[in-house]
Write a protein that binds this ligand. Structure first.
Ligand code: AMP
Ligand code: MG
Length: 436
């Protein structure tokens, strides 16, 4: 690729270089994503307990069989009163009793009366407002109360059904459930519901150069970074990672392993051996198993470029072949596999926000019609503006910059972005984004 190096001193600006011309076999990231997603269907719905529901996507629409709050209750500790009685406060009322949270119905509050009431307690009939305790003075050892401030009807009362009216739609099919959703479902007395399962995903590293974990590194061998990194990524994305170990560079053996994996996983990710070299055996193995349903794609992106996707066995288990270079493996996972796994989980949005940031340093790219994904650190300053800078060396084998990055800057065709310019970024991790 020396001829494609923009630092080459012998080149004139108008010279056409091989990398400038689109390779006819090369497809855009968007096109590649379409090919990948075309092979994906949501997993069949399953009934789960609400405790297991967070992270899952609803496969049914949920309606409220009951109202929340179920009954009108006090929003404050104080005195339940008739608002009309305290319109000319200060006014003294007779205290008829106490209503605590959990108590059943009490005697009605009549004219000139008040009832001591605690937050969450059922409003006694007759009363239509609560005077907060801080604006009152107990008198006669608690038998009377001086109300110091008037209140209008409804003050400090939580009305029945004001959060959820009985019979209404609560969550639509396709809603991704989080902790607060679980709280709502629990408030409604719903214990189980129909969701799409989160896929279980097998991860296999391929390559004769990979030493088994714990083995001494003899010259020529390297440690396997992809499998642990992808298993960790799957875990943090809420999928179930299944460790399929290391496979060598024998296409027959790889095909056997992939076939066995397809019988116990919803999807498979294998890395290494998907480009065009003599040892790119994963592609051969996927072709053997996937037949016509295997797509070997050359994508106009960097890092990345070669990926493969196939459907294995009668269950059409999607198998993704990703590049061996660790950064390329993680970045192609982000762009293609993660959206596909989310689609299997029933998600209707691809995830990961794309937002505009300001470049704090020059973000350069090699020439050529490719989307460059630069590993960057993104931070918002005290002014709230998101700024990004490269997080380290950008080689596709250099995982350190990926470890430090919380975003990928997207540099389409062109000369890159100068310091101070605007750049679109794919946000990978919002925690730690803000210094405020
Ligand atoms: P390949 O895609 O098989 O041509 O591999 C590209 C580069 O990635 C080579 O330098 C491989 O040694 C390296 N590589 C492949 N698999 C892994 C892995 N699991 N962990 C770390 N590096 C790898
Ligand atoms: Mg290889």
């Amino acid at each position: 690729m020396a001829g494609n190096d923009p630092r080459s001193p012998r080149r004139t600006p108008c010279e056409v270089r091989p990398g400038d011309r689109p390779d006819p076999a090369m497809i855009s990231v968007a096109e590649a994503r379409r090919v990948v997603l075309a092979a994906i269907a949501p997993l069949a719905p399953r009934r789960v307990d609400i405790g297991k529901a967070p992270g899952h996507v609803l496969a049914e629409t949920v309606h409220a069989a009951e109202a929340v709050p179920r009954f009108a209750n006090a929003a404050m500790d104080g005195y339940a009163v008739r608002a009309a009685d305290v319109a000319h406060a200060p006014v003294r009322l007779r205290v008829t009793g106490t209503a605590a949270a959990g108590d059943g119905p009490k005697a009605a509050v009549s004219r000139g009366e008040a009832m001591r009431i605690m937050t969450g307690a059922l409003m006694p009939s007759g009363a239509d407002a609560v005077c907060m305790v801080e604006r009152t003075k107990a008198e006669d050892g608690g038998l009377a109360v001086l109300i110091e401030e008037s209140v209008s009807p409804g003050t400090n009362v939580r009305e029945a059904g004001e959060d959820i009216a009985a019979g209404t739609e609560v969550f639509a099919l396709g809603t991704q459930l989080g902790p607060a959703h679980v709280g709502v479902l629990a408030s409604l007395g719903i214990q189980a519901l129909l969701v799409h399962p989160r896929p279980s995903v097998g991860v296999l590293s391929t390559g004769d150069e990979l030493a088994a974990p714990g083995d001494a590194l003899i010259p020529g061998k390297i440690r396997d970074a992809n499998r642990p990194a992808l298993l960790a990524q799957l875990g943090s994305d809420g999928f179930h990672g299944v460790d399929l170990g290391i496979g060598g560079d024998d296409p027959e053996l790889l095909a056997d392993r992939l076939r066995a994996a397809a019988s116990r996983c919803d999807a498979i990710i294998a890395t290494g051996g998907v480009s065009v070299g003599d040892h790119d055996v994963l592609k051969v193995a996927l072709e053997k198993l996937g037949g016509a349903a295997m797509h070997s794609l050359q994508v106009a992106m960097k890092p990345g470029k070669h990926i493969a996707v196939a459907s294995l066995g009668e269950q059409h288990v999607p198998a993704f072949g990703l590049p061996g270079n660790p950064v390329a493996a993680l970045v192609t996972y982000e762009l293609f596999v993660r959206p596909a796994l989310r689609a299997m989980a029933g998600c209707q949005v691809p995830g990961r926000p794309r937002i505009t940031a300001v470049a704090e340093a020059d973000l350069t790219r090699r020439r050529g019609p490719k989307l460059h994904l630069v590993r960057v650190t993104a931070r918002t300053g005290t002014d709230g503006v998101l700024r990004v800078r490269p997080s380290g060396g950008q080689g596709s084998h250099m995982l350190m910059a990926m470890a430090r990055a919380n975003a990928l800057a997207l540099l389409p065709d062109g000369d890159g972005v100068r310091a101070g310019g605007r750049v679109e970024v794919l946000l990978l991790d919002a925690d730690g984004l803000s210094l405020r």
